[in-house]
Structure formats: C-alpha cells, structure tokens
Design a protein. Structure first.
Length: 419
C-alpha cells in the first residue's frame, strides 16, 4: 500500500457519507472524489477468495468470486461456478480474505482528517455543519446556542446549508436540545453526536437521537448517585481551555459514577435504548492511555467503559465503531473485540453491517452482495478477521467504488461541494 501519513485518491464518485439516515430519515451529505477520476474503471474479478460478506451475520465462504463492474458488485458466487468476464482484470486471491469496506461512525471532524483509504475505511458518517453547543462552547468551531429560538435558527441554517445532519455537543442546554430535536424532526433532518450534560440519556433516546457518541452520559445514568452527579454537571465552569477544563471535571464525575454503579439501573436503561433503536458509538480509543497523577482512576473509568460496552452488546443495543478525530479505526476495533470482549466478528460488524443500517446505507454499503457499491478490503494470506480482529491491519488492497488501490504513489483526496 501507499506510504504512511498520506491519503489515496478516492476514485470516481466515491461518496463518503453520501447519505445519513437516523431513524429512517435520509439526508444528502458530501462526497470526496479524485481530481483526476477519469473514465469508469475496468471490470474487476476477484477470484478464489475467502469472503466475509456480512461480518457477524454470515459465516465466511471460501473459494468465492466477486465480479465488479461500473463501481458496483455485479455478481458473487463460487469460483468453480461463476466465470470471470472476458474483459475483466483478474486477481487470484487464494488464501486471502475479502471483507466489506469499513465504515467510520464518528460524526466529529470532516474529510480533511479522514483516515486514509489504505486503512480500509471507505465510508464515514459525515460531515455535518458546525456542532451546536452551549455558551461558552467547548470547541472554537462550534455554534454557541443560548436558547430554544437560536437552536431552531441553527437547525434551519444547517438544513439550508445542505448538512447531512445536525451535530449536538455536550454543553447544549436542555431547552435548546429539545428545540433541536423538535425542529430537526420537522425538517426530517437527523441529529447525532454527544448527549448533552443537561439531558439524561434516556430522555435523549426517547426524543429520537439515534446515534450517541461516547459513554459520558451512560455512566451517571447507571449510578445510584445520578441526581447528585447531574447537579454537579450543571455547575461545571470552563476557563481558557474549555474542552480540557470540561473533560477534567467530567472524569471526576465519571469516577463517582463508577463507584456507585448499579446493574439493575443499567439494565433498565439499556433495555430502553434497545427498544428505541438508539445506537452507541463508544469511541473507546479516543481517550488513549491515562497518564499522570490521575492515571489510577482514569484506568478504572476505562475498565468500566469496557464493561458497559459488553453490557450494551449483551442487552441488544447496537454498538458502532468510530475513530477519534480521524485516528486509526483499527484501535477501536481492537478495543471492542479484545478489551470489551465482544470478539472479532461483533467488532467487525460494528464497522460494517451495523453502521450501514444506522446511516441508511444498508442497500449500498456494509455487506458484499450484488448491487452493493464495490467497496472492499482484501486482507493478506491467512489474515482471518473473524479469528483475530488485528488481521484487519494486514491489508493487501482496497477497492473503492470499483477502483483498485494496491501499491504505488500516494495521491490526496479532494472535497466536492454538497450534493
């Protein structure tokens, strides 16, 4: 593959986040495409592969051929029975595995920090407009929303600007959040992101937020000291470095929640999330390895997060894999599979089948079948991703909308305007 630290060209009309649907409502996103995309690629036939067509749903199928034409999967079948088209480029993949292109469910950031295609990530859940936050906002790029009226205006601006969805951030007030939920519903514009500090997770789920990022809101909701923690959340004040100030205080309150965890409360909440169809993107790798004076309790919080992810999975709440501000999605897969104990198949499903369903892309991405977009990852010989999710790092080639990327000079992706 190409050299580290650079981005490959995303060939043709490789729409990343071209549609985002939460709770069944689709909205146009943006595309990333090559400056010099050129004519459609030559038909491609991947033969004798071990195909993992729907990770965590269907068993692997050895000896399979995948025929790709005009950026789509034209046919899938046993190599002994499905002849390759005479005009196709042939790739014999004996001993190699093929999986669907990975989907990054993060909603923060945009295509400028999108992970290189050489890592196997072919779709991501965005971008959207600027996130909506309280005043003062935690991030400089956020829109500070002070009340319900300004929240509704912000949703209208996002809709008029062609945003795929509205992003919500932690310091949004309850009044403003409920106005976002109502106005977004009126406009059939989905909203996703953090569950604000002022809004209990159960209420956000009931209101229709279908993807919630991070576990900050889940920890207090599963604690016997939830009301005390919520009062402390309301008193959080930030200074010159708003995000770090907020996060430091959040960690202290999370530690209180860890020490007062009550499984029965957690079970009731998770059943409610599952019934509402709420998806959780834990972003376990976002926090990294704890260092310094707070390392001991930060490690305790991380271990509790891993436990909660296992409980989410056990209670039927869909878990999605999302990277941390464009960092490696593979770290998140390993946290899900090995750290939380979901196993390789469930972790891979969190980066393929489940996000495709959550983003309204189930007919396009997340699985390998005729008619789907030809977004595929070819893994090295013997790299069985269902045995060990680390095998997903061993990439031989990536196919994006039918365009094959193996080795060679790296190119840089360019951004297209909203569609």
């Amino acid at each position: 593959m190409a050299e580290p630290g650079r981005r490959l060209v995303l060939g043709g009309a490789a729409a990343l986040g071209s549609a985002l649907a939460l709770g069944g409502t689709a909205a146009a996103g943006r595309a990333v495409a090559a400056d010099d995309a050129g004519p459609p690629p030559r038909p491609l036939a991947l033969t004798h592969a071990t195909l993992v067509a729907a990770p965590g749903v269907e068993p692997p199928q050895p000896g399979m051929t995948i025929v790709i034409r005009a950026g789509r999967i034209a046919a899938v079948g046993r190599s002994a029975e499905l002849p390759a088209p005479p005009d196709a480029r042939l790739m014999d993949l004996r001993g190699k595995y093929v999986i669907p292109g990975l989907i990054d469910s993060r909603t923060d950031g945009d295509s400028s920090d999108f992970p290189p295609v050489r890592r196997g990530v072919t779709t991501f859940a965005g971008p959207a407009g600027a996130p909506l936050d309280g005043a003062p906002a935690l991030r400089p790029e956020s829109v500070a929303v002070r009340d319900a009226a300004t929240a509704r205006q912000a949703v209208l601006r996002a809709a008029d600007g062609g945003a795929a969805f509205v992003r919500v951030h932690p310091r949004l007030s309850r009044e403003a959040y409920l106005a976002v939920a109502d106005e977004a519903g009126r406009r059939q514009l989905p909203y996703a992101g953090h569950c604000p500090d002022a809004v209990p997770l159960a209420e956000a789920s009931d209101a229709g937020q279908r993807i919630v990022e991070h576990l900050h809101a889940l920890l207090p909701a599963a604690s016997t000291r939830e009301e005390e923690i919520r009062r402390s959340l309301a008193r959080i004040a930030v200074g010159a470095d708003p995000y770090r100030d907020w996060l430091r205080q959040i960690h202290r309150l999370e530690w209180t929640a860890v020490r007062s965890y009550y499984p029965d409360r957690a079970d009731r909440l998770l059943d409610r999330l599952a019934a509402n169809g709420t998806r959780i993107t834990p972003a376990l790798a976002a926090h990294g390895d704890p260092r310094g004076a707070d390392a001991a309790y930060l490690r305790g919080i991380h271990e509790h997060r891993l436990h909660l992810v296992a409980e989410l999975h056990r209670r039927g709440v869909p878990v999605l894999a999302g990277s941390a501000q464009g960092r490696d999605l593979h770290d998140e897969l390993e946290q899900l599979a090995d750290g939380a104990g979901l196993g390789a198949a469930a972790a891979l499903r969190a980066a393929t089948v489940e996000p495709a369903r959550a983003l309204g892309l189930a007919g396009t991405a997340g699985t390998v079948a005729p008619g789907r977009a030809a977004d595929l990852v070819v893994l090295a010989p013997g790299a069985d991703p269902l045995r060990d999710v680390k095998a997903v790092r061993r990439i031989d080639a990536v196919v994006v909308r039918g365009r094959l990327f193996e080795s060679g000079p790296t190119r840089t992706a360019s951004r297209c305007p909203p569609r």
